[in-house]
Design a protein around this ligand. Structure first.
Ligand code: ATP
Ligand code: MG
Length: 399
């Protein structure tokens, strides 16, 4: 791997999505899934899925030189995953990990018109991904290391996150700024029953930038409130400033330097450490003017777009955030870049094809692109027209 050119390494969960198209309407899923029935379907769409290809390809499209580190087996699914990646750029796949004798991960997506989707997911090689799978030599020269979806990778959450913690500790010692995203586990599954507070307490001291979504964070840190919000509807719209502050307080005190919570249609919330030394320790992505990043609290609303599909929106928002960080931008600029890339993603049904070049994203922001109103309550917050986002009552730059 040509280490001198690699700015970002994206590691973690990868799978192959197999999506049959349905022609004509289906009365009900029961009719479709009747035992013994042959259902004629249309052409198969094959796409990569997971944090590695989604955030990785989005970074690549934004012009960041990126390498991918997902784990696949030497089987048809694994070869198809590598083919898809190499079709984007052969160099992207140079860091991929080949598992011995284990099935690659795939998902069959049953998505008939006007009916809810069903996923048949095989975790495959993602479940055996451990700290010793990473070829740490391949990280030298990388400025940022992003890891995605420990809740979908058994060894990462087993034993209170020992492998995840080992992996992040070793990466951090090598120098790159570390970044972590989560996923929402099925509450009834082994991952759903894991002690996520304990896992985060162990892992976050080695995470510089933590970028989970609001609902998965609530699931991990405040299960009763998560269950309450789930019962009463769209949890993102019901986030309020106090909950966001409370959750980010906990995550910062566990050790992260920068916390950004994805809020779905409500945008992206940022909270940073009040400790300048912790911020200075984030590695190559440390901003030139660290003071600009200390003790910040911002909320960037979504940009107004016509939504074709939200697949990969979280991953692309992260790519925008990391690309901005790599460019040494201010927190305001990084936040706006993140939601702008997320918005570009939802304009296309698939995971990454909506993401344009970095310059095109910036041009669109400068052209007066409107934002969606924020439904969550923000008492004492101020809207900053020039920056295009909200600043929290405790933010040092509030007027
Ligand atoms: N309707 C929308 N319009 C514009 N931007 C959107 C819209 N929905 C989501 N986004 C962007 O995508 C991001 C995704 O947030 P969300 O909380 O859904 O993350 P996530 O749960 O990690 O997503 P994913 O389902 O991709 O894992 C938001 O922060 C926002 O920037
Ligand atoms: Mg996500």
């Amino acid at each position: 791997m040509p280490t001198d050119q690699t700015d970002a390494v994206v590691a973690g969960h990868i799978c192959l999505d197999m999506i049959p198209t349905f022609e004509g309407s289906i009365a009900s899923l029961d009719a479709l899934l009747t035992p013994g029935r042959l259902n004629v379907v249309g052409p198969l769409t094959v796409a990569t899925g997971g944090a590695v290809p989604n955030t990785g390809l989005a970074l690549h499209r934004l012009g960041v030189s990126t390498r991918l580190m997902g784990k696949v087996a030497d089987d048809m699914v694994g070869r198809a995953i590598l083919d898809v990646l190499r079709a984007h750029d052969p160099a992207l796949a140079e860091g991929m990990i080949l598992a011995e004798g284990r099935q690659s991960s795939y998902t069959v997506v049953i998505n008939p018109p006007r009916l809810d989707r069903i996923f048949l997911h095989c975790p495959g090689a993602n479940d055996t991904f451990g700290a010793d799978d990473v070829d740490y030599d391949k990280l030298s020269g990388a400025r940022v290391f992003h890891f995605g979806y420990p809740p979908l990778m058994r060894r990462m959450y087993a034993d209170s996150g020992r492998e995840l913690t080992d992996l992040l500790r070793q990466v951090k010692q090598l120098g790159p700024t570390t970044s972590l995203d989560m996923a929402r586990p099925d509450p009834a599954s082994e991952a759903g029953r894991a002690d996520w507070r304990r896992i985060l307490e162990r892992a976050l001291p080695y995470v510089d930038v933590f970028l989970p979504s609001f609902d998965e964070t609530l699931f991990m840190l405040d299960r009763p409130r998560f269950d309450d919000l789930e019962r009463t509807g769209d949890s993102d719209a019901q986030a309020d400033a106090a909950i966001l502050r409370e959750l980010s307080d906990q995550l910062l005190s566990m050790g992260a330097a920068v916390v950004a919570l994805k809020l779905g249609t409500q945008g992206l919330y940022l909270r940073t450490t009040d400790d300048p030394d912790r911020l200075a320790s984030i590695g190559p992505c440390v901003p030139e003017d660290t003071a600009l990043w200390v003790n910040r609290e911002l909320l960037a609303p979504c940009f107004e777009v016509e939504v074709a599909g939200t697949t990969g929106s979280g991953d692309c928002t992260i790519a925008g955030f990391l690309a901005g960080l790599l460019r040494g931008l201010s927190p305001e600029e990084v936040m706006v870049a993140a939601v702008a890339v997320g918005a570009c993603n939802v304009e296309k049904a698939d995971a990454t094809s909506g993401v344009p070049s970095w310059d095109a994203v910036q041009e669109r922001i400068r052209s007066g692109w409107g934002s969606r109103p924020v439904a969550i309550s923000l008492p004492g917050w101020q809207w900053h027209e020039e920056a295009g986002l909200w600043r929290g009552p405790g933010d040092p730059r509030i007027c």
